[in-house]
Design a binder for this molecule. Sequence first.
Ligand code: PLP
Length: 433
Amino acid sequence: MTAELIETTDEISPEAEARIEYVYDLYRESVNPGLAKLMMFAGFGDIEDSGEGCLLRTASGKEYLDFVGGFGVFSLGHRHPKVVAAVHRQLDRLPLSTRTFFNQQMAELSQRLAEIAPGDLQYTFFSNSGAEAVEAALKFARIATGKTDFISTNGAFHGKTFGALSVTGREKYRKPVEPLVPGVVFVPFNDLNAMENAVTEKTAAIIIEMVQGEGGIYVASEEYMQGLRRLCDDRGILLIVDEVQTGMGRTGRMFGVEHSGVVPDIMTLAKALGGGVMPIGATLATSAIWDKVFGENPLLHTSTFGGNPLACAAGIAAIEATLDENLCQNAEERGEQLLTGLRQLQTQFPNIIKEVRGQGLIIGLEFPMQEYAELTINGLAGANIIAAYTLNNPKVIRIEPPLIVTKAQCETFLKAFEEAIQMAHTMLSDLEV
Ligand SMILES: *Cc1c(COP(=O)(O)O)cnc(C)c1O
């Protein structure tokens, strides 16, 4: 069964095949049987084994060009040498915090973030994931404003813990666990009027992604962001910008919000902040907010593992590498290259590619039908390129290569993509006859 399902692989050694079968069985017995089947079905019935730069090797001996990039985690590629070295050094001294003495790595990362963050975002609270970063943001907004309610957007993704899920605009994940945090309303994305109409005296904050990732890659317009900033100022509301996926250079700027020149009151980071080596979450805010949140009780919000030296050493190295290697600029240029190439293909195959959208190296390709997306992904896999459609919006393929991706690698991708589309086109027109 295994060999059949990873049919794109030419030849798999019996040892590799046995190993895949073994892990597949473990998934079925001890992890999540439904997920195991889903992964097999989606063509990911292989084991991730090692990574280097934009390349990922699997148990079956295949070497893939990684154009999923961990949905934004691997902005520096796999095992960036600078981050790995920083983590090794810290590992040999003190990996986790005693939480009694001062933690120098955390203090230094806070300071670095304050330097590169927009406007007067000065303080950072550290956690271990994107959802936790959002949890802190929501708590801080309630405390700082003395108000309770939040406005989020349809299709938004902010994580799956109770608070984060409460502002996530996906019924499918919300319904089974309701009731969630009360006082949240959802409005259409990029619609300023709808946002204005949703504000009440109880609104504490608006939470927004710079590019809706899970929702299908929709970019927040500059006018929209500027309008949200004005609205928040006029009505005494906080603007929470969730940069968990768009932060650290992904959109061609260090933070996506920079495109509009808007300064948020609270900003969340996670995915790429750990340099693709360590998990870390961060919630940044102004000193005015910090005073209200921690002024009376410096321990009001804490996390045992949050801000651990290992993760913070990775974060410091990740910021350095992103700046030293001009990765924002590369994200912008490679993004332009991919968008131009993909839009050209769209004019060539208007019946197959419905829309191409994105900013920097977060790009979405919308197909008229899920089947087209599946065929394209399979075609790319045959050319040793990993792409993924979101399970939420399976008509959209997401393209999020590491920001270190080269011009030649993007050319390879475009060529393979054209062939995959051509193949899908032929197969589908054969079916129609
Ligand atoms: C991934 C993501 C999250 C959740 O992060 P986790 O680490 O999975 O909890 C939150 N917000 C955005 C915008 C994300 O892309």
